[in-house]
Design a protein around this ligand. Structure first.
Ligand code: NDP
Length: 288
């Protein structure tokens, strides 16, 4: 029997989660600051609640998908005051830092609620498809109990009892993504600065980067084993080549601030005697 569930927040993501639960047969109660966002779901059988407190009181389980942790604090404050959180389970998939997630968990526990944090690795359009997964951390019992619902949204990946871990993994993946995006922006700027079209080049860039992703995929093992030997590309060869790359961008009159962090780290790797290591050594240096 699908569990009844409440949704607080029906933005793009909250709406995708709520409609997926509804389509899977879960009776749902919904609240959103702008009430018109509940209309479509109500027509399909959802129960709109006039306040967050009434929404939370309606079911044992509440899924929170708001803009920021500050928004969550603001929306849940009157719910806590009314005592409606006592005995309830909160699954909060709102974007936050690991520290915010830990504090939200402590706060929820102080209200008598059970807390599970989530980090969504998907866009709303992918919710409910095999291409979506969500990290969860915090109360393991809550995860196990509600796994059938959570699995509807995408592959549920429980990463530990520390409520900050889902956010930590989320942030780590996004860190990799931003490295890719900043590198790609700089690469396209270089081609464009030479007056060249970028359509075909961008496709070549994609193919090249897909091939390059094999390198960091192997670094995890190197770091865990603390051995950084390589037959691919040494610190020394990268250290020697990077100045040419920076000079090329400078010669084209481009800003290089997105690229300049790497040179001092390579300098340090050389200075500390790691010239023949592979680039996994850089991650080790950053944590030391
Ligand atoms: P939207 O901007 O579409 O929705 C934001 C939601 O927060 C709306 O329900 C909005 O209500 C509500 N809200 C904002 N401020 C307040 C406030 N002061 N009081 C009450 N409610 C408020 O964002 P998304 O749905 O895209 O994102 C929601 C969360 O999911 C974010 O934390 C986001 O980082 C995360 N996420 C989103 C992804 C995406 O691809 N969209 C991917 C992964 C995570 P109202 O309708 O009244 O404005």
């Amino acid at each position: 029997e699908p569990t009844p569930v409440t949704f607080l927040g029906l933005g793009n993501m909250g709406h995708a989660l709520a409609s997926t639960a509804l389509a899977a047969g879960h009776p749902i109660t919904v609240w959103n600051r702008t009430p018109s966002r509940t209309t479509g779901l109500a027509e399909q059988g959802a129960t709109p609640a006039p306040t967050p407190a009434e929404a939370v009181a309606a079911t044992d389980l509440t899924l929170v998908c708001l803009l920021t942790d500050e928004t969550v604090a603001e929306v849940l404050a009157p719910v806590a005051e009314s005592g409606a959180l006592k005995g309830k389970t909160l699954v909060n998939v709102t974007n936050s830092t690991p520290e915010q997630a830990r504090q939200r968990a402590s706060w929820a526990q102080a209200q008598g609620a059970t807390y599970l944090d989530g980090g969504i690795m998907a866009i709303p359009q992918l919710i409910g498809t095999p291409h979506s997964y969500i990290y969860y951390s915090g109360d393991e019992q809550a995860f196990t109990t509600h796994r059938p619902l959570l699995a509807r949204f995408g592959d549920p990946r429980y990463v530990g009892t520390d409520p900050g871990l889902a956010s930590l993994y989320d942030m780590a993946l996004l860190t990799g993504m931003y490295g890719l995006f900043t590198g790609a922006a700089q690469a396209l700027a270089l081609i464009r600065s030479a007056g060249l079209p970028t359509t075909d080049f961008a496709e070549q860039l994609q193919q090249f980067l897909i091939g390059m992703t094999a390198a960091p995929a192997a670094w995890g093992k190197s770091l865990d084993a603390d051995t950084h030997a390589t037959a691919v590309s040494t610190i020394a060869v990268n250290h020697a080549a990077l100045p040419n790359l920076l000079a090329t961008h400078r010669d084209q009159g481009l800003p290089v601030d997105l690229l300049t962090g790497l040179q001092p780290l390579l300098d340090r790797a050389i200075a500390e005697g790691h010239a023949t290591d592979g680039l996994s050594r850089l991650a080790e240096l950053l944590t030391r």
